[in-house]
Design a protein around this ligand. Sequence first.
Ligand code: LLP
Length: 430
Amino acid sequence: MFIDSLSVGENGHLYISGCDTVELAKEYGTPLYVMSEDKVREVCRRYVDSFKVNYQGNGLPIYASKAFSCKEIYKIVVDEGLDVEVVSGGELYTALQAGVSPAHIHFQGNNKSYQEIEMAIDNKVADIVIDNLSELARVQEISKDRDVVTSVSIRVKPGIDAHTHDLIRTGQIDSKFGVALENGDAFSMVEKITNLSHVTLTGLHCHIGSQIHEIEPFVLAAKVMLDFYADIYQKLDVTLKTLNLGGGFGIKYTQDDNTIPYEDYMKAVSKAVHAKCEQHSLVIPKIMIEPGRSVVGEAGITLYTVGDVKEIPEVRNYVAIDGGMFENPRYSLYKAEYTFVVANRAGESADYIASIAGKCCETDLLQEHTKIQKPHNGEILASLSTGAYNFAMASNYNRNPRPAVVVVTNGESRLAVRRETYEDIMARDL
Ligand code: LLP
């Protein structure tokens, strides 16, 4: 299997972290999200080790929890030494409930509400990443009201198009996130913060995209940001302590995805950081990254029970499953590619061309014209690399209960999030 936590057992079943997926489906029901704890921990360690190697520990991986947020996952990543990034009151609440120390939580996101900012400040999170001027005013006002000084960084649009390699100096202005470098907005926000009484600027933040399979855009972003640090130092005599370069590292959804080892990104970016700091005689700031997808994506699979198979001659074969866009909207939204495997016959050759159809009253396909083992009603179908942005983006469309999450490690499984019930769905109806 192209993901190392997956294997095919002697019984021909798909295994994840030593657990038989067919048994998991029997025990916990389907659809079911299964997360390999081993895999999540392995990726976390690779990031932590990379910081040791490339920055002598003067750096920090922060888990972007929008990719997958539940108590269990926060506990695992924090145990491995990562901080966490949250983008909403809900994620912040979940992280706090998981026992994450607020000093390790970074609050990010555009259009944070007054209440969310109050919640972040009252809980003393590590910092707030400021998106725009009116948000800055809210943070200053709330901090002043409580007579505290809040650490902030600024979300900067560095003008990098991650998918073309180009340094685009105009296009990136058209993004709802952050303030642009090219038109001077970022500089004036830095200047403004240095004059505020209850807000202190620790550093800057950028994030250039997601599911990126190239090193160069990350290197460019680091260079552009550090040129800006030099500018800030020269013009304002301000030395920024931290630089957050965001997330975006690509993962394998299919055999053909050409991923780059995370260590390679880290090494190349570190080289650029060191060179730029030397060029500008800057003290190297504490470098942070914010991966989400790469921490949890390949660790997850989703198990389904196959329903009816509808073969329409000369058109296509529909394989219906008990999931759909309510538990994985990514094909509907982005035509995202996935690999499907008949879990109880994973060793057999995959030569049946199928379109995987969900159970929503929509054309909710999860994949089209994909090759799987010919499935039959009642068999178990697995979708691979579903750890990121599946559970996180699930809904109750058609009043479908959201699946449970099971965490597996070394042949053991445990329930992390129970399956939603109809009562749960009804709980807010008055
Ligand atoms: N930091 C910031 C500020 C971000 O906006 C994101 C992702 C990340 C970090 C983590 O990026 P990652 O390492 O996961 O690529 N729903 C979409 C993905 C949206 C990503 C949004 N921001 C999907 O399913 O592909």
